[in-house]
Design a protein around this ligand. Sequence first.
Ligand code: TRP
Length: 334
Amino acid sequence: MKKDATIVVSGAQPTGELHIGNWAGSLRNWLALQDAHPERCWFFIADYHAMTIAYDPKEMQHRILDLAASLLALGLDPKKSTLFVQSDVPEVVELGWIFNTVTPVAEMERMTQYKDKAERQEKNINMGLMDYPVLQAADILIYGGNAVPVGQDQVQHVETTRVIARNFNKRFGNVFPEAKELLTETPKIMSLTEPTKKMSKSHGPKSYLALDDEPEDILKKLKGVPTEPSGTITDALLKTEAYAGVALLLDLIELCDGKDARKEAIASQPVKYGDLKKRAAEAVAGRFADYRAKKKELMKNPDRIRMVLASGGAKARAVAKQTMDTVLRATGLR
Ligand code: TRP
């Protein structure tokens, strides 16, 4: 396996709509990376991982297609990146099993995301939920991945990937590289309804901006962002809880327009928050106008999307099989 060059690997779960926080925190980085490292990027739809949360099997195929269409509409280019569905490469589960045997249980028990999810789905604390990071390590390492664009919430899992690679290499010889997380420099995008918390679909449909939202939905949702009564803005005030909603509106403008919205707001006080919300809504709607059009176009022809995924899957599987050949020999199973 080549250890000198960058190999980018990342996945996204098909759990329904993408929101602007997903885009700002990691997907945006995927697109930058495919330009920086064309033909060295592996991006997949993590359907195996999505099974750890309750779901309706009848919806899964649609969710996969929808996520693929979203990624393509955002600009993911199958000529530069390999886009595929995780379960089209079943070897990753095989490698996950082998990784289980070099993973300390204590490493899994300390995972923050596991603890959070276990708390949120008390009635469904399945083994998959706990084993999730081990499969993630297999996802990354089966393609020799050493650069993993993810959001902050996944950093611990990439650390675990390094632990697993080290343990494997120590026991069976030097097969896997050290994987590093690549974070986007971006303010955390907060919830529209509770702007002291991170944007997440779990806070309800009014709390996030879906990438597919039409301009009128965006405006409606942004009108609901809590602000404060004075209209006075300073850098210090923006850091306070009372201004969390105002800071979010400014962050959205900066994210989508690339303008220094904070400086502008501070220079034109008192700020009318109704106007600021309209401005933010226009910035978001404008930023994703092309995306929305492309996505609608793509969804008219699901077979074309399926073909992209099938060809990506075949490419990924060929590499995965090579890695498994090395792994099976190294572990004495062949
Ligand atoms: N756990 C990631 C998430 O929920 C998805 C994922 C699965 C992933 N396997 C991966 C991300 C491998 C990066 C690399 O967002």
